[in-house]
Write a protein that binds this ligand. Structure first.
Ligand code: FA5
Length: 335
């Protein structure tokens, strides 16, 4: 019976901590001290106890009843008063703590990148995730049957529509809408019909950058990439640039970052290579400019497709990409 009484007392104290109004308080009071309340029932059992147990447990039950009653009275005083000036504040009452939400790590890094680009005069744009085959592939100089389509396994929908496989779907849309000169970034969710592992998910975030103007060169691209990396990491990181093929840029490059999860020693994120593919880029192909109604003999431009989710993994040393979309609060509470 001692155990039962103490457990009941702890439960009631916990329930009282979150009480905000007198209706709920009345329900609690009834639950414990009403005619058929839990404490009342225990008190009724006292008379059936062995004679030598009766005095001790009877006293304990009555003491607890008294203690609970005064706890209920105190709570009643607090909840029945209007909030604001004049409310009694009892510093001995256990406080209630509300859990605060916070931003997802992808949003945190996305905001750093957006701020860095806003300072360089780039606009931030959004666009459809459900996309036509034309903007996702054909307008990017990737005709049907081109093998480059196979490198981005696609979730196909009806009528040649699809879930966009990359944020590059917005390149031609933006040029059509705003023309040249143009400078903008397009962060957003993309989808690939592929199996997952520590560095690949079927749903992840990219952040596309596009700058088109007169006399844009590789030097502009490199300068912009440097500002981006220093805005996110705020310290020097090792990167390497190597040739890469994408039909919508010429020349094309792959920018890799030395894996920050393992320090370049090799792990499941970098597939033991020490390097992680982060940001393919290149000079916009003249055919793409033409699709966007921009004259390639007057304008040139660069584009890049940052793997935003991978950047987050590098920044916070996350060793499995799938954690980011898992919704697991134990993981998310760390940020
Ligand atoms: C593209 O998506 C091109 N659109 C990028 C581009 C834009 C090139 C503009 C040139 C000019 P790629 O498939 O390599 O390229 O993806 C770009 C980045 O997204 C990769 O470097 C990687 O960081 C990230 N990424 C690709 N697949 C996945 C995946 N399954 N899970 C997580 N991140 C991925």
């Amino acid at each position: 019976m001692d155990k039962k009484l103490n457990e009941l007392k702890a439960r009631l104290q916990a329930e009282l901590r979150s009480v905000q109004d007198s209706e709920v308080l009345a329900q609690i009071k009834n639950k414990y001290l009403g005619r058929k309340g839990e404490l009342t029932n225990i008190l009724k059992e006292v008379k059936n106890l062995a004679a030598e147990e009766k005095p001790r447990l009877g006293k304990l039950a009555n003491d607890i009843k008294f203690e609970l009653q005064s706890l209920l009275d105190k709570t009643e005083k607090i909840v029945s008063k209007p909030s604001g000036a004049g409310v009694d504040f009892d510093p001995t009452m256990p406080g209630s703590r509300r859990e605060e939400g916070h931003l997802h790590p992808i949003t945190l890094v996305q905001r750093d990148v957006e701020e860095a680009f806003a300072q360089l005069g780039f606009g931030i744009y959004d666009g459809p995730q459900l996309e036509s085959e034309f903007y996702n592939f054909s307008a990017l100089n990737i005709p049907a049957d081109h093998p480059a389509r196979e490198t981005q396994d696609t979730f196909w929908l009806e009528n040649h529509n699809l879930l966009r496989t990359h944020t590059s779907n917005l390149q031609v849309r933006m040029l059509e809408k705003y023309g040249a000169p143009f400078r903008g970034i397009f962060p957003g969710r993309v989808f690939r019909y592929e199996s997952t592992d520590a560095s690949h998910d079927h749903t992840f975030y990219q952040l596309e950058g596009l700058m088109v103007d007169k006399d844009i060169s590789m030097a502009n691209l490199i300068a912009v990439m440097k500002s981006l990396l220093s805005a996110v990491f705020r310290t020097k990181v090792d990167v390497r640039l190597r040739p890469g093929f994408f039909p919508f840029v010429e020349p094309g490059f792959e920018l890799d970052i030395k894996c920050l999860v393992c320090g370049g020693n090799g792990c499941s994120v970098c597939k033991q290579s020490g390097w992680v593919e982060l940001m393919p880029c290149g000079m916009v192909h003249p055919e793409v400019l033409k699709f966007g109604n921009v004259d390639p003999s007057v304008y040139s431009g660069f584009a890049f497709g940052l793997g935003l989710t991978r950047l987050v993994m590098m920044k916070y040393k996350i060793d499995d990409i799938r954690l980011l979309e898992s919704g697991d609060l134990r993981f998310l509470r760390q940020f």
